[in-house]
Design a protein around this ligand. Sequence first.
Ligand SMILES: [Zn+2]
Length: 152
Amino acid sequence: MNIRPVQTGPVYRCWVCQRPAAGIMDFRTAMGGPTVLDRYADYIGYLDLDRICRQQMHPSRVARLGNLVTPLHFPKGCTVEERIQAIQDAVQFLLEQPQENLADQMMREIARIIHLVYVGTIHPDKAMGLVRLILTMKAEEMEVRHEMSMVW
Ligand SMILES: [Zn+2]
């Protein structure tokens, strides 16, 4: 079985050096115009990587399913069909991620936020905002999973 790294956010990191990314840019914003992959736009994103990562050409393209992301690599000179296959393989992998695993990761993220409040690194209001963000992303991902199970 093909094992790929997965991140759940809300803070995403560079796959290579772990520097935090500023967020995820959606495919349409990154492309700035129509492309042959527009049908798959919802499942492609680009990590908004640190300047150092960009200079060192660390890969930013990801396949996404709600808040779940995994690296999306297009081999040099590959055809549109091969790209579509790569997207489908990556999204299929994300669909197969066990839900308990996701819940565990969210619990860890929330525990980390509580710890940051406890040690005084972030304000409780800020923590509530972050927890809300995690829960919203989770709800979106459940919706996407449901949709995907109907059409994919
Ligand atoms: Zn990096």
